[in-house]
Structure formats: structure tokens, C-alpha cells
Design a protein. Structure first.
Length: 504
């Protein structure tokens, strides 16, 4: 019984923290969020809902504005997978007769009869199974379903056809009706811990003038307050009513001076949409199919020029600025190369690794326990004049990099492998000061090995984006650099592909 209560409380906390992520945006007059609700709306998608301003609403996978988003939070104490068949199983949502898909259909008929204007999102810490037939039909950037792939004209015997057939027959509808429903669905995974959510909210509360709760305090009053409002029948808030409710509860901390926040995204976070809280966002998502760029030439011809212009404009008017980089490592490195150490700007990076924190070059005093580098040098091709660097902070990618170089880079003679002496892990880099020092020492080591900076340097990075940004700030020390992205989704080669060469 005690375990069941704990699980229920954790589920409630997950739901409450998703609510606060959206509701805090109501305190920002520039946010497109205009109303937020809790435990109200269509059954099955009534945990949290968000209403957007019509002129600034996010777009769906076909570009239609999403005016409302209804979120159903499904929290599990242990991690597991789900698949397309679970959506038609009432037991999967602890129901007797009605499945999640049936509830989504009822909500869609009422609020989006032709499948546009509203999104119904399942937000869970479970993942789509690696081998489930539905997995290839989910957009990794929006977690919506690929309509052209799922409704490809194939027979019911195909992989897509089996999904369509099961869902059609379960709902008792025709194919076109199923298309309207599928267009509104989002199946999103959020594997962040409850502590991660609390840390994420701490930064948002700072930016929005809400009272922050010290991390050493066990209780988190924001979890309870929203359910108190629920018991009082206060289920929906606009800007005015939310401000008044927070003031009455003593949650307003007053005006605070924080840097302007600028966002760059080439993929979408599960629930932290950058437009909801950033001063301005450079949205590059349209240039990618999930994580894979549509055309390799766009790194040089489109993305880098847009990024450079965006950052130069931001830096022109702000001596101190904060960046949120929900972006590929290529863009994080390139951002550092634009705002380099000679730019005269103080740059903070919101780093999402494990717990989201604001990292900058002097955020913590130096600690002797922090890891340093262990360097290993391998000969790839004795005749090669170029050099490669494998940065293995979060993952040891040396084997994959070596395999790529042997088969794809005949001009590379030497591979430098840079590992943290405590081993690669998501916790290897402690803070901004640590990341800054690691970037500085790595750049110095590479420079000492490159007596001639003219031959190319190939850089493969598995590291937090803050480190990658700081390394990019030292691009001149590295000489001509070619960056690489790994095809995690297997959309192209399944390995490394060159992205951007700097300087341009």
C-alpha cells in the first residue's frame, strides 16, 4: 500500500510539474501561451492543456497552427516500452472498457473534426519499443506520426497496413477518418526524472519572477498548490488570473535581472518549447528529417549563415546573453566560433545534461577532484597529413570514429582520442568552469600537435553542448576544422557524416 501511494504521488508530481512548465509562461507578456488548464478538457487528455495565441501558435507537422494542446501524463515508476497495440488496450491505461485511442477519437471528433487546430499528446516516461512497427512512423522532432509513411497506399499485410487495420477495426471507422485522428496525435517520451523536472523549473521560475525553492528542501510547494487550486475549482488560468493566483499564494519573487535568453533549435524538446520562454528563437527544424539534415550542403549554405546572423544580432545589443541550444553538436560548435573568446561577450549556456543548469566560464570555483584529460594517439594512415580528434566526454566513441576514418578518410594520418580520466559518462563534466577548462586544455593540446594548421582537422564530439560551445570559441587554435554528426536514427549511413567545415 505504501509503495502504491508513493507511485501515485510521483505521478501527481509529474503532472503538476508539466503544468508549471506551461503555466509559468503566462507571466511572460511575449509568450504565445495565453491560457493553461489542469484536470479539465476531453476525457483521456485532460491532465494539462495549453491554448496559444492565434498569430503565434506553433505549427503541426503540415504547418497548420496548433491553437490548443491537450496533454495526458502517464508516469511509471519503472522504465519500459509500449507499442501500437497498447493504444487499443484499455488495460494499458488502467481502464475497463475504453482504450486511449478511443478516447483520442472522441476528443478529436469534438475539438478537431477535420484533424487540424488541436493536438492530443501522450507524454510518458515509457518509450516506443525499438522493434515495434509504429516506431519508424514517428517524427523524432515532433513526436507526431508520419502521415505519408503510415498511409502509403500499401495493403493491410504491410507493416503500416497492420497498424492501420488494427486501429480502423478497433474504432470502427474508415481510412480517411483515421487520417483525421492520426494527424492530431503526438506520442512523446520524457525520460527526465522528477528531480530533473524540478531543476528545469528552477531556471524558469528565475526568469519569470516566481519564488525559487532551494534544492536542499525536500518539499516542493508547487506540486501541492496546483492540486489545492483543483480542489477549489480553479481549473484554468489566463494571464491575469494566474498572476493573481500566484500573488495570493506568495509565489511572486518580484522583478529579477536575468540575461536575455536566446534559443537555437534543430530539434524539439518533449515539452520545453523554446518559443514559450526565449526572447527570440532561431528555428532550424525544417531543414532536418528528424535528426538527419535534408541536404548536406545546407550546413554551409543556409544553417551557418543564419546562425551567424542570429548570434551577431543578439550580441550587438547585449553584453551578456544566455543561449539555449537544443541543437546538433555542429551548431553548438559553430555558435562558439561566432561568439568566440575575443567577442567580448559574457555567454551563459543552459545545459540539459542530467539536470539543466546555467553554465558559464566562472560559475563554480575550481575543484581538484574534477576530471582531466587522458590522451591517446593512434596512427590511421602513415601517409596521411590530416588529423582527427575524438572527444569522448559523455560516450567513448573512439571505436566508431576509427572505423569511419579507416574506410572514409584516407587523408587522415593521426587520431587523437581525448577521454576524461574518470571515464566517459553523462556526469563527467561538472559545470561551466569545468567545461571551459577542458575545452581550453584540449585546444592547447591539439595546437601543440599541429605544427602546420593548414591540413584539415576532423572533429568528432560526444560531449555536453556547453563544452562544445566553449571548444568552438577556440576554433582558430584548431585551424581548419571539419565537424561530424552521427546518424543515431539510421536515416542515412548509420555512422558518421561530415557536416560543416570552418572557417567558411
Amino acid at each position: 500500500m505504501t509503495q502504491a501511494i508513493a507511485v501515485r504521488r510521483d505521478g501527481d508530481a509529474f503532472q503538476a510539474r508539466v503544468f508549471w512548465r506551461k503555466a509559468a509562461c503566462l507571466l511572460d507578456p511575449l509568450s504565445p501561451v495565453v491560457r493553461v488548464g489542469f484536470e479539465s478538457g476531453p476525457k483521456g487528455f485532460d491532465d494539462v492543456w495549453v491554448e496559444y495565441h492565434g498569430d503565434r501558435a506553433p505549427g503541426d507537422q503540415e504547418g497548420h497552427p496548433i491553437l490548443r494542446e491537450h496533454i495526458q501524463c502517464k508516469w511509471h515508476v519503472s522504465m519500459s516500452d509500449f507499442g501500437y497495440a497498447d493504444l487499443v488496450n484499455p488495460e494499458w491505461i488502467n481502464a475497463n472498457n475504453v482504450s486511449l485511442l478511443q478516447r483520442a477519437r472522441a476528443a478529436q471528433l469534438e475539438h478537431a473534426p477535420i484533424g487540424v487546430g488541436v493536438r492530443f499528446k501522450l507524454l510518458t516516461n515509457w518509450r516506443i519499443g525499438q522493434t515495434d512497427p509504429l516506431r519508424p512512423y514517428i517524427h523524432q522532432k515532433s513526436k507526431t506520426l508520419r502521415l505519408k509513411g503510415l498511409f502509403d497506399g500499401s495493403t493491410d499485410r504491410s507493416a503500416a497496413g497492420k497498424i492501420r487495420k488494427l486501429w480502423r477495426e478497433h474504432l470502427g471507422i474508415e481510412e480517411q477518418e483515421l487520417i483525421h485522428l492520426v494527424r492530431t496525435l503526438s506520442l512523446d517520451t520524457d525520460s527526465s526524472s522528477l528531480d530533473d523536472h524540478r531543476d528545469n523549473l528552477d531556471l524558469l521560475f528565475e526568469n519569470r519572477g516566481l519564488r525559487r525553492i532551494p534544492s536542499n528542501e525536500s518539499s516542493f510547494i508547487y506540486d501541492d498548490i496546483v492540486f489545492q487550486w483543483l480542489s477549489q475549482g480553479r481549473l484554468a488560468f489566463d494571464r491575469k488570473s494566474f498572476h493573481e493566483a500566484c500573488k495570493r499564494e506568495g509565489l511572486l519573487a518580484g522583478a529579477v535581472q536575468v540575461p536575455k535568453v536566446f534559443g537555437v533549435k534543430s530539434f524539439e524538446h518533449p515539452f520545453d518549447r523554446l518559443e514559450d520562454r526565449c526572447e527570440i528563437v532561431l528555428d532550424l527544424i525544417s531543414h532536418f528529417d528528424d535528426r538527419a539534415i535534408r541536404a548536406q550542403s545546407e550546413w554551409t549554405d543556409i544553417l551557418y549563415p543564419r546562425l551567424r546572423s542570429f548570434l551577431q544580432t543578439a550580441a550587438k545589443d547585449h553584453q551578456q546573453l544566455r543561449l539555449v541550444l537544443d541543437a546538433h553538436i555542429t551548431l553548438a560548435f559553430a555558435a562558439g566560433s561566432v561568439l568566440d573568446i575575443k567577442s567580448g561577450r559574457q555567454v551563459e549556456i543552459e545545459q540539459r545534461t542530467i539536470n539543466r543548469r546555467v553554465w558559464h566560464a566562472s560559475d563554480m570555483p575550481r575543484d581538484s577532484s574534477w576530471c582531466d584529460w587522458t590522451f591517446e594517439t593512434l596512427t590511421i594512415n602513415e601517409a596521411g597529413q590530416e588529423m582527427a580528434v575524438a572527444v569522448c566526454l559523455t560516450h567513448d566513441v573512439a571505436a566508431e570514429v576509427k572505423t569511419h576514418l579507416v574506410s572514409q578518410a584516407p587523408n587522415v594520418g593521426t587520431l587523437l582520442i581525448a577521454r576524461p580520466n574518470g571515464g566517459s559518462s553523462t556526469k563527467s563534466v561538472v559545470c561551466g568552469q569545468h567545461a571551459f577548462e577542458l575545452a581550453e586544455s584540449l585546444a592547447a593540446h591539439v595546437k601543440s600537435m599541429r605544427t602546420n594548421l593548414r591540413p584539415g582537422c576532423h572533429v568528432f564530439i560526444a560531449a555536453p553542448n556547453a563544452f562544445t560551445f566553449f571548444l568552438g570559441q577556440r576554433r582558430p587554435s584548431l585551424g581548419a576544422v571539419t565537424l561530424y554528426e552521427y546518424d543515431f536514427e539510421g536515416m542515412r549511413s548509420g555512422g558518421y557524416e561530415a557536416s560543416l567545415t570552418l572557417p567558411i
